[in-house]
Design a protein around this ligand. Structure first.
Ligand code: PBG
Length: 324
């Protein structure tokens, strides 16, 4: 059946046909919106490299949560800016820390909203690395104990799901054990299983004030050149008890999302990171790209590659568009 018998354009002739044969769709319930929480009261500071994204004080969260629920956004993920940083990142597991307070406020005001937390030390260490430094190196096994305490403190504050983003070895198992031993066996782990050492995190590091003071993250985050290693990382996290596997960043790693989709049966998440958002925003501001269309196309591509869940700063905008 070749031309002129078969004409692919038949199925593209109008929106009714296009919609009938469309293979991939976006749903608001599959989008997770990142929130940055800062100390203080009554503040809502726009992040300069991420137009439309704000650092919020705890009292500003209820309104944000209400908006997300109204739009049908799948949930939020929290990032904290602590009052004080120290070498051990101890602010991360403080019972009364910024994230722990934010969780309580959100679950209090919007109990049905799914609240996930980013579990990492980089926002809490004064040196900006994702773990504790011993003898000049980020020490894996000391760090995962602190990460487990951090995840537990989030669960105790009422978080629905924890998402470790540090890329230490063995942290999923350590967190799973800490949660299970403390009666939180029902709390899922969304693992940043495949996280690359990417330059696309630039704007986030401004937002969360967590750029490493010396060196970089290539000693623990993955080399952008590697794909087979991504499968090994994901296999380890599955074996350690991960419930959702995440790939990060998204757009430059669609092949990795697709490979994971083929090889694993767990839900796959992808993080459209700060730099991906900033690129689209900046080009749109200049009038070089149509923001709405590029937002839609980029998110759709991430879904088509195989992601079930997308973490994105566009979550509210996209949900608004879907609502019509
Ligand atoms: C680490 C973390 C980072 C991001 C999410 N969690 C930054 C990093 O690894 O440097 C990046 C998110 C983004 O760029 O949007 N806690």
């Amino acid at each position: 059946m070749v031309f002129p018998e078969y004409r692919p354009r038949r199925m593209r002739q109008n929106e009714a046909f296009r919609s009938l044969v469309r293979e991939t769709r976006l749903a608001s319930s599959q989008l997770i919106y990142p929130l940055f929480v800062q100390p203080g009261k009554g503040k809502r500071d726009q992040i300069s490299s991420m137009p439309g994204v704000f650092r919020l004080t705890v009292d500003q969260l209820a309104q944000e949560a209400g908006e997300c629920r109204e739009l049908g956004v799948g949930g939020v993920i929290l990032f904290g800016l602590p009052e004080k940083k120290d070498p051990m990142g101890s602010g991360a597991h403080n019972r009364d820390g910024i994230i722990q307070r934010a969780i309580k406020e959100l679950k209090n005001k919007s109990p049905e909203l799914l609240v996930s937390t980013d579990v990492c030390l980089c926002e809490y260490t004064d040196h900006g690395h994702c773990g504790v430094i011993l003898e000049g190196e980020v020490d894996n096994d000391t760090t995962i104990e602190i990460l487990a305490r951090t995840a537990l403190s989030h669960a105790q504050a009422g978080a629905d799901m924890v998402a470790p983003s540090d890329m230490m070895d063995g942290r999923v198992a350590e967190i799973r054990q800490a949660l299970d031993e403390n009666n939180f066996s029902n709390i899922p782990i969304m693992s940043y299983a495949v996280k690359y050492a990417s330059a696309f995190y630039g704007p986030f590091r401004d937002a969360a004030d967590c750029a490493p003071q010396h060196g970089d993250r290539r000693g623990y985050q993955m080399d952008p050149a590697n794909c087979r290693e991504a499968l090994r990382e994901a296999t380890l996290d599955v074996d350690e008890g991960a419930d959702i596997l995440m790939v990060k960043p998204a757009l430059a790693y669609l092949d990795i999302i697709s490979r994971l989709r083929d090889e694993f049966d767990l839900p796959i998440a992808a993080y459209q990171v700060s730099g991906e958002y900033a690129m689209i925003k900046a080009a749109a501001e200049k009038g070089w790209l149509d923001e709405e269309k590029v937002m839609q196309e980029s998110l759709l591509s991430i879904r088509r590659a195989g992601a079930d869940i997308i973490l994105t700063y566009f979550a509210k905008d996209m949900a608004r568009l879907l609502k019509g």
